[in-house]
Write a protein that binds this ligand. Structure first.
Ligand SMILES: Cc1ncc(COP(=O)(O)O)c(C=O)c1O
Length: 456
């Protein structure tokens, strides 16, 4: 670790002693002291006291402008009044029935108005709905294998815990990557059924279809992989996959857990004008509540109606979450709010570009809808393997330096991105840029020193 990074981490430790104590207290009772592996980082994670609007406060009373927004699940911001009101109204009229109620149709209708789908089933997390989407595809096609992309994340069920962040020594051929389990406990037979392709490489995908004729049930992908920063699909890639799925009789699954709400009014389907067979939604559609959905044509969803594929869940469509979802669709994910977010996003990205140039920092900034990221890489990423070349220490320097100055620029980890929420203001963007302008010259100096040291 180089001295300037060390110094920022020391400052972080001075500012956040109560987080350290809370983490130490949690360690004996929770593995790693946290409830989800993404939440742990060195020296210890920030423990939150409360959030409101665009702000977050930690246990020590430090305030942050929050651009993490719960890993992108909060385009509504914290405690959006319309969502809070809707949930409060439902709180006293029954929170769980395990029986049908009228809000289910209402929210399904909202989704079918925006996405090219006819029927919806609901769940509680992204993991759950990508799992069901894949099962529906397998049931519909009668095939077992799926194709996923190296570096794409679709949650934590077995079929997709393959080649999420494989280590370089396991990669294999860049045109035909190995299938690498991403966790112990994923059965080898399951891994066998998950074929892995490099992103932005249609030929590699077609080769897999040819290698496994009539065996591939679905191609699943994040239309913009956002678990490697932001990785844009090249022109024609998403359309090419559509054509390949049609040609080889597989279903095309868009995992829009991150893009569904945050890319545009109609998600990636609208943004790229592509019609997948199944769309998976979660995170920001719930306005801060655990709402998820998978949706498709009636013809595909008939495998559920015909009792061929089983889908169920005690917590599905509980009225609190459905009320939150309906309020989010009607009051948060509005055309006007997308305009507001796009304007702020353009300001933030342009501002970063300007600062990067002035500071002489080799990096680029990229925005896509409400999402954006500083990519410490010299040119646009083309695939997962490019992303692994990001300078991790430099990224940590960026993150701790921003956090120490009151801006939480994104979740900790260089595979994430920022989220602009409907509650962010021009003043929030101004402050984000002001802080980055302060930090960027230090990053540039560290980058130059490190590359000079690498040469000698
Ligand atoms: C693209 C994508 N799919 C699926 C998931 C899993 O969602 P959840 O954490 O709600 O299970 C995530 C979570 O980050 C995601 O980014």
């Amino acid at each position: 670790m180089y001295p300037a990074l060390q110094q920022e981490i020391e400052t972080f430790e001075k500012r956040t002693p109560k987080s350290r104590t809370a983490h130490q207290k949690a360690m004996p009772r929770l593995p790693l002291g946290v409830a989800s592996n993404f939440r742990i980082y060195d020296p210890y994670p920030i423990f939150v006291a409360e959030g409101s609007g665009s702000r977050l406060r930690d246990l020590d009373g430090n305030e942050y402008i929050d651009f993490n927004m719960c890993f992108g699940a909060l385009m509504a911001g914290h405690c959006h009044p319309a969502v809070v009101r809707a949930v409060e109204e439902r709180l006293h009229t029954g929170t769980m029935f395990g029986m049908p109620h009228a809000l289910e149709y209402e929210l399904a209708e909202e989704i079918c108005q925006r996405f090219p789908v006819e029927q919806v089933r609901f769940g509680n997390s992204g993991t759950e709905v990508t799992m069901h989407a894949i099962r529906v595809a397998r049931g519909y096609t009668g095939r077992d294998r799926i194709i996923k992309f190296e570096g794409c994340y679709h949650g934590v069920h077995d079929s997709v815990m393959v080649s999420v962040k494989p280590k370089a020594d396991k990669w294999g051929d860049p045109k035909a990557p190995n299938k690498v389990p991403s966790s112990a406990g994923v059965p080898a037979l399951t891994v066998e059924n998950t074929l892995v392709a490099p992103f932005n490489d249609l030929e590699a995908v077609e080769r897999l279809f040819q290698q496994y004729p009539n065996q591939v049930a679905a191609v699943i992908l994040e239309p913009i992989p956002m678990n490697v920063g932001i990785l844009m699909p090249e022109d024609g890639f998403l359309q090419g996959l559509r054509a390949l799925c049609t040609k080889y009789g597989a279903l095309y699954i868009f995992d829009e857990i991150k893009t569904g709400a945050k890319l545009s009014y109609g998600g990636a389907c609208e943004y790229f004008d592509v019609k997948p067979d199944i769309v998976c939604l979660a995170k920001s559609i719930g306005g801060g509540f655990p709402l998820a959905a998978f949706a498709a044509s009636k013809k595909i969803m008939d495998v559920i109606a015909q009792h061929k594929v089983f889908h169920a869940g005690t917590y599905n469509t509980n009225p609190l979450v459905m009320a939150a979802g309906i309020a989010t669709f009607r009051h948060v994910l509005t055309r006007d709010n997308y305009k507001h977010i796009q304007r702020l996003s353009d300001r933030l990205v342009d501002g970063h570009d300007r600062i990067l140039k002035d500071a002489g920092l080799t990096a680029y900034c990229i925005g896509a809808g409400a999402n954006g990221a500083l990519m410490l890489y010299p040119k646009p990423l083309r695939n997962y393997r490019d992303w692994t070349e990001i300078d991790i220490d430099l990224w940590k320097h960026y993150w701790f330096a921003m956090v120490n100055r009151g801006v939480l620029p994104q979740a900790h980890w260089w595979d994430e991105q920022w989220t602009i929420a409907v509650v962010h203001s021009d003043a929030d963007v101004d402050r984000h840029l002001e802080v980055f302008a302060d930090v960027a010259p230090q990053l540039a100096a560290a980058q130059h020193e490190r590359s000079a040291a690498a040469v000698t």
